[in-house]
Design a protein. Sequence first.
Length: 99
Amino acid sequence: MQQENLSQPPKDTYIWDVGYQRPSEQERIITFVCSCIECTAKQLGLTASETYIRMERVGLIHDYIIPCYDTLHTESRENVTNDIIETLIYWEEKKGVGK
């Protein structure tokens, strides 16, 4: 029986097995925020830039998406997108901000 070389990983080892560094919490949150912006933009028929501006205007990113990340990221993409759209529209109306 041939002895394995334990100093080298097997050739079929995946990237996350050797040297993979898990993204930080901040990186995961930023990625989630970007996903929220992109999905919302697509659903509303807007560009990501237009959607970002609308969200920033009412504080949706820093006052809702980021603080609620732990809950929101466990939901389906469809549910999160629908929730964000409802919240965006409600906050715009409440703050008297045009679309």
